[in-house]
Design a protein around this ligand. Sequence first.
Ligand code: FAD
Length: 381
Amino acid sequence: MKSLDETQIREEILQKIKSHGKFPDNHGRDVAVFWEKTWPMLGELGFLGFLISKENGGRGYSAQEYVIALETIAGLDPMAAYVINEHSTIGGLGVSTTGSQLQKDKYLDKLATGKILAGFGLTEPGHGSDVTSLKTTAVKDGGNYLINGKKIHISLAEQADIFTVVAGVPTDEKNLNTAFLIEKANPGLRMGEENSSPEGYLIPGAGSIEMDNCVVGADMMLGEVGKAGKVSRGVLEIGRFGLASIYVGNSQTALNLCVQYAHKRNQFGKPISNYQAIQFKLADMRVGIQAARLLVRDAARIYDEGKSTIESGAMAKLFTTEMARNVGIEAIQIHGGHSYLADPPIDWFMRDAKMGEILGGTSEVMRMLISRKVLASQEES
Ligand SMILES: Cc1cc2nc3c(=O)[nH]c(=O)nc-3n(C[C@H](O)[C@H](O)[C@H](O)COP(=O)(O)OP(=O)(O)OC[C@H]3O[C@@H](n4cnc5c(N)ncnc54)[C@H](O)[C@@H]3O)c2cc1C
């Protein structure tokens, strides 16, 4: 990779946004405004193709460039950064990493420009952390697969045009988890009833999809039968530390708001920024954010070296989301009772962080991944 100029990437991102005016004021977290105004802008700015090669209409960013760009965008509009990451990693990256030439030709330029939005369907009503025994099946039927099952908690489900769905291809012994691309227009796919829009700055919504004898051509399989793990690991790993970079940016926003408030809020005749109790909270926030940033950058560097980021990505996500939760809690404390009068409320930072400790693999799962590596390394030595 060419040498990384962080300032240049940040400036480029900021300049591009400026050239379009600015992100629509989404500060009241108006999801409808986001989809109507910000989403098309992301495509025009080229922000939906960061990880797609230049030949295919994207920007061909390395992971290290990507996390800097995401953190920068998250500082301005965290919802935009969240949507970019879902679309660019778990939603659409499988087409670049494991897609056939036909799939690349059909989808990559549309993904890069935002003509289509991609979602990812792994989680099921009965299977969240444990994806070893999914109930969704894909049964071979001539040149097609018949897919049946339900996926829940899918980010951007309502707006997505295409999903990477993991389904089990039955064999005599067990079902082999396999990834398929399914277009929303497929008559065998319908939206499920579960649909939510958790309060917070980041997540515009999550929904469910149901597949009922959904006919999917064998040429829509991503990778090979039984290799969904390979597809999803590749996209989940960068999706995780990508998500972490968004929490770095969002936590920095929380810290900035705390500093502004601490300067202007007077108690006992002085701004509360004069009190060490407040100063130390700000210092701890600053340290946490910087430590998280470095873990994210480290995972991105390892990814760019072509090595596994199961451990480094898990460390980045685990540390960052817990840091973001602490920042969110302390932001409430610093704002006192005004935290819930603020518009939007300050406690949204904490709510967002709590979701971050669940989606993309829970903190417990991250600890499982890390501890497995720790234990294995001791066995080897
Ligand atoms: C806002 C949001 C967006 C999401 N977007 C997507 C998406 O786009 N696509 C998608 O496929 N999924 C998505 N998810 C689903 C997410 O990945 C799952 O919620 C997550 O993997 C956890 O699964 P679960 O909620 O079923 O919890 P469970 O797996 O039921 O876990 C419940 C609790 O038990 C703990 N636990 C489970 N197993 C163990 C164990 N072996 N040891 C210790 N503790 C354990 C968990 O850590 C957790 O604390 C999203 C979730 C949310 C909240």
